[in-house]
Design a binder for this molecule. Structure first.
Ligand code: PYC
Length: 313
C-alpha cells in the first residue's frame, strides 16, 4: 500500500523549505528535542524520502509540523536536510510561518513556535513578510586561527545562532554567484580543517556551518556565502547565520541595539536583522524576511519503488 505525505513547499529568498503537513511519522509527545531524537533513531527514512533525490535535492530543507508541547504555542517544528537535522533554521521558520498562514492556522501577529533548541517567535506582518525572534545567540571564541592545507590560514569567530557557525574574517574570495563552486570548495575545506583541529562549539558540538562575508552588491550592509552541513550553500542570507553575525557585531560594539543590519545573500536576497542585548554579549536576534508558497502536493511512497525512501548518500 502507498504511503502518502502531504507537503507545502515554500522558498525564503530562494532557499526552499518543504513542510510536512500530513502523513509524517508519529513522534509521540514531549519536547521537540525529545521528538527529534525519535525522528533520528526510528524514522530517519522519512527525512530522506522528503528532501533527498528523487523528490528533493541537496539544497532542500525539510520541516515537520507537530502538535506543540505547550498548548500556548502555535506549533512545534523539527528541521532537517540532506544529511541530518538542524537545531533551528531561520529561513525555514519564515517559510513555516507562511505555510501556517496558507493553511489558515495563524493570522497576522505574533505566535510562539517550538523548536528542538527552544521556542522562537514568528510575527506575520503581511502575507509574505515575517519577522522571527530567534533563540539567544552568542560568540564563544573570537579570531580563532585555522590552517587549511593548500590554501591559507583563516581567522574566524565560533558563534551560536541556533546552529554552530565559523564566521571567517579574512579570505581572498570573490563573493559572486558565478564563483559558487570555488566558494563551496574553500568553505568545505575550512570546515574539514576545523574538524581535524578539533575546533568545536560548546560541549564538543561540530561546527557545521561556515560563513564568508564581503561587500554588498546592492548597497546593503554586507553579503554572505553560507555553507550548510550537507555541502549545499544557502540561497538565503541564512537566518541562524545572520543571528550569529549580529552576535559578533554586538560583541565587537559594531552595531547598536535596535539598529538594522541588512544582510544580502550570495544570490542577492535580503534579510534585515536587529538585536536586543540580554546580558553581556548574549543577544536575542530578530530577522525579517519574505517567503512564498510555491507548491502544495502529496508525495507517494510506493513499497515497490527501490528509491521510495530517497537516495541516501
Ligand atoms: O536560515 O538558518 C537558516 C538556515 C540554516 C541552514 C539553511 N538555512
Amino acid at each position: 500500500m502507498f504511503e502518502r505525505i502531504g507537503v507545502i513547499d515554500t522558498h525564503t529568498g530562494g532557499e526552499p523549505t518543504r513542510v510536512i503537513v500530513s502523513g509524517g511519522p508519529d513522534l509521540g509527545a514531549g519536547s521537540m528535542a525529545d521528538r527529534l531524537g525519535r525522528f533520528r533513531e526510528r524514522f530517519d527514512r522519512y527525512r530522506s524520502a522528503v528532501v533527498n533525490e528523487p523528490r528533493g535535492s541537496d539544497v532542500m530543507v525539510g520541516a515537520i509540523l507537530l502538535e506543540p508541547a505547550d498548548p500556548a504555542s502555535a506549533a512545534g517544528v523539527i528541521f532537517f536536510n540532506n544529511v541530518g537535522y538542524l537545531g533551528m533554521c531561520g529561513h525555514g521558520t519564515i517559510g513555516v510561518a507562511v505555510a501556517l498562514d496558507h493553511l489558515g492556522k495563524i493570522g497576522p501577529g505574533a505566535h510562539r513556535l517550538e523548536t528542538p533548541v527552544g521556542a522562537v517567535t514568528i510575527e506575520l506582518e503581511a502575507k509574505n513578510a515575517v519577522t522571527i525572534e530567534n533563540v539567544v545567540s552568542y560568540r564563544i571564541a573570537s579570531n580563532v586561527p585555522v590552517v587549511v592545507p593548500g590554501l591559507r590560514t583563516y581567522h574566524g569567530d565560533v558563534t551560536w545562532g541556533g546552529n554552530w557557525f565559523f564566521l571567517v574574517h579574512d579570505h581572498d574570495e570573490t563573493l559572486a554567484a558565478d564563483n559558487i563552486e570555488r566558494l563551496t570548495e574553500v568553505t568545505w575545506r575550512i570546515r574539514q580543517a576545523l574538524e581535524t583541529n578539533r575546533v568545536t562549539g560548546e560541549a564538543g558540538a561540530e561546527i557545521d556551518h561556515i560563513e564568508l562575508f564581503g561587500p554588498s552588491t546592492h548597497g546593503h550592509d554586507g553579503k554572505n556565502f553560507v555553507l550548510c552541513p550537507g555541502r549545499a550553500y544557502d540561497r538565503s542570507p541564512c537566518g541562524t547565520g545572520t543571528s550569529a553575525k549580529l552576535a559578533c557585531l554586538a560583541a565587537d560594539g559594531a552595531l547598536n541595539e535596535g539598529a538594522v543590519w541588512r544582510q544580502e545573500s550570495i544570490i542577492g536576497s535580503l534579510f534585515e536583522g536587529t538585536y536586543r542585548r540580554l546580558d553581556g554579549d548574549r543577544i536575542v536576534p530578530r530577522i525579517r524576511g519574505t517567503a512564498y508558497v510555491c507548491g502544495e502536493s502529496t508525495l507517494i511512497v510506493d513499497p515497490a519503488d527501490p528509491f521510495a525512501w530517497g537516495i541516501r548518500s
